[in-house]
Design a protein around this ligand. Structure first.
Ligand SMILES: Nc1ncnc2c1ncn2[C@@H]1O[C@H](COP(=O)(O)OP(=O)(O)OP(=O)(O)O)[C@@H](O)[C@H]1O
Ligand SMILES: [Mg+2]
Length: 244
């Protein structure tokens, strides 16, 4: 079974005419951990929403493990691609944290014992088992972000697509998130402005600007290229700045 995600000349235009993606082509191979970088409005979130068919390409193709994204393949692709939204309020909709994390495993038809195990494991991974009976809307923003990730971890997807997983986390929460991310074996694509995390965790980076890929290569090369970063609203990670 192929475990690649391939975007081929993907364009996406919103209904108001905004051309958010203008011909993206890239491939993520099995087990790769990749950063998606770029300034606000570059198209990162839009690109991610296309990975499991929340949005469908205006033109071009998204391929997941030999399946071309379409209405016919949507259900099968969603079983393999777990997408964590930028805003956790878009992900959490049940009355308790437990039910939110249990939603995917229940949908897969797992029995109550298996569901409970998946929920416990996923909430432990994000260090939030103690809030399992709370209402998601009563959590802090950072806690909601971690619960949103747990809802996807509980599905055990082959591909994890995470939109800004460390934004709004306190330093300890960010460090816990990074430890968790580094332990993930699935293919990982992370949109983020946290370049220090990228430097530490993600060997490959793709830089987007105005809906186009402007660079795709080893993080340790791209994130030392000050001219490239500055041209696209980014800056050197602190590890690079301090070493100079
Ligand atoms: N629902 C929408 N309707 C119309 N335009 C949209 C919509 N969502 C996003 N856009 C536009 O599409 C472009 C890409 O937005 P997107 O959210 O993908 O950027 P981003 O790289 O994720 O930015 P950020 O770093 O701020 O999260 C922007 O010009 C944005 O204004
Ligand atoms: Mg975004």
């Amino acid at each position: 079974m192929s475990c690649s995600i391939i975007y081929q000349n993907v364009r996406y235009t919103y209904s108001d005419g905004t051309e958010a993606l203008q011909g993206l082509s890239f491939e993520l191979t099995h087990g790769e951990h990749v950063a998606l970088l770029g300034p606000n409005g570059a198209g990162k979130s839009t690109a991610m929403l296309l990975s499991n068919g929340v949005l469908m390409p205006t033109s071009g193709t998204v391929e997941v493990g030999h399946l071309i994204l379409s209405d016919e393949t949507l259900v099968r692709i969603r079983q393999r691609v777990g997408l964590v939204f930028q805003d956790p309020d878009d992900q959490l909709f049940m009355t308790t944290v437990f039910d939110d994390v249990a939603f995917g495993p229940r949908n897969k038809g797992l029995n109550n014992q298996e569901v409970k195990e998946r929920v416990t494991e996923a909430l432990e991974a994000v260090s939030l088992l103690q809030v399992q009976n709370k209402a998601p809307q009563d959590l802090s923003f950072g806690q909601k972000k971690r619960v949103a990730l747990a809802t996807i971890l509980a599905m055990q997807p082959d591909f994890l697509i995470l939109d800004e997983p460390t934004s709004n986390l306190d330093p300890r929460g960010r460090r816990q998130m990074m430890t968790l991310l580094s332990s993930i074996h699935a293919t990982l694509l992370i949109a983020t402005h946290d370049l220090d995390m990228v430097w530490e965790l993600l060997p490959r980076s793709i830089i987007l600007d105005e809906g186009t890929i402007v660079a795709d290569g080893p993080t340790k090369e791209l994130l030392q290229d000050e001219a490239l970063l500055t041209a696209h609203g980014l800056e050197l990670p602190s590890a690079v700045r301090f070493a100079r």
